[in-house]
Design a protein around this ligand. Structure first.
Ligand code: SF4
Length: 275
């Protein structure tokens, strides 16, 4: 069944998703096919990606993941194929694979702007288990290991809670790591007086601060990188989109061609079937 999807500002999006486009990923797949057997390579895309990339995965037996189910999805992928091509967020892919015991040297990073093999040697690709696309979330990129150390020095006993889109050096030092849902749950379940420094998108941290005055919540970085593309969806645009919808003149309607929708849905359905 088709549903209508409305984007209140067509300039809104995700800068991380924009770091992998279909041409680049198709080119990557073609180059990889000269070095390894792509029949044994599972494409996995983070949900923050274009519909065309979800369809790319769907066409090749691949799958979508979220930050909540990334590990289950990688386990699903490895039960079927030897290797994974993970895009667009290298950090989620790396952090999840490290948790599963995959060695760092089996995770080459694919630079889509390099001339050949994403800047890797054929040997590195042959030895790989997870090929990580060189993409990242700018918002989570600002959190650094020194921020963790600073908070620990200043507030002994503080708990560091970070999203797996943060770099591995930060995740390695955290007390708790998890998806947005896991971050919310961790705070909800903590006893009053718990002190947190949280490394994720600022608005979520501010919301948690407001909702949990019984806890002490800090933003992990002294520097803020707002998500300019996501924040384009503001109240004014939402109101405009809803008013037009009510008036029968919908604006910002997203149209996806049937083939793309069909294969993207396949990849999404596989994800929904993963326990
Ligand atoms: S914070 Fe912005 S750039 Fe980062 S994943 Fe979310 S939408 Fe994308």
């Amino acid at each position: 069944e088709r549903v209508t999807v409305i984007l209140p500002d067509m300039a809104a999006g995700c800068s991380m998703a924009d770091m992998a486009d279909l041409d680049q990923v198709e080119d990557c797949w073609e180059q990889l096919s000269e070095v390894i057997d792509t029949e044994d390579l599972m494409p996995v895309t983070y949900v923050n990606s274009a519909a065309s990339l979800k369809a790319f995965c769907g066409r090749r037996g691949g799958i979508v993941c979220t930050s909540s189910n990334a590990r289950s999805v990688l386990e699903w992928a490895f039960a079927r194929r030897r290797r994974v091509l993970f895009f667009p967020d290298q950090h989620l892919g790396r952090n999840t694979a490290l948790d599963m015991g995959i060695r760092l040297d089996a995770m080459p990073v694919w630079n889509p702007h390099a001339d050949w093999l994403g800047g890797n040697t054929p040997e590195a690709i042959r030895q790989s288990r997870v090929i990580l696309w060189q993409g990242h979330c700018s918002v989570h990129q600002v959190f650094r290991p020194e921020h963790v150390q600073r908070f620990r020095q200043q507030y002994p006993g503080i708990k560091i809670l970070v999203h797996p889109e943060c770099m591995m050096e930060v995740v390695a030092q955290a007390d708790v790591k998890g998806s947005t849902a896991a971050i919310i749950k961790a705070v909800e379940q903590a006893p009053p007086g718990t002190r947190w420094a949280i490394g994720t998108e600022l608005h979520l941290v501010n919301r948690l601060k407001q909702e949990h005055p019984e806890q002490e919540i800090h933003f992990l970085s002294p520097v803020v990188c707002m998500c300019a593309t996501m924040y384009r969806i503001d109240l004014a645009h939402l109101c405009w989109a809803l008013e037009n919808l009510a008036a029968g003149t919908p604006v910002g309607v997203i149209r996806v061609d049937d083939q793309t929708a069909h294969y993207a849905l396949e990849a999404l359905q596989r994800m929904l079937e993963v326990k």
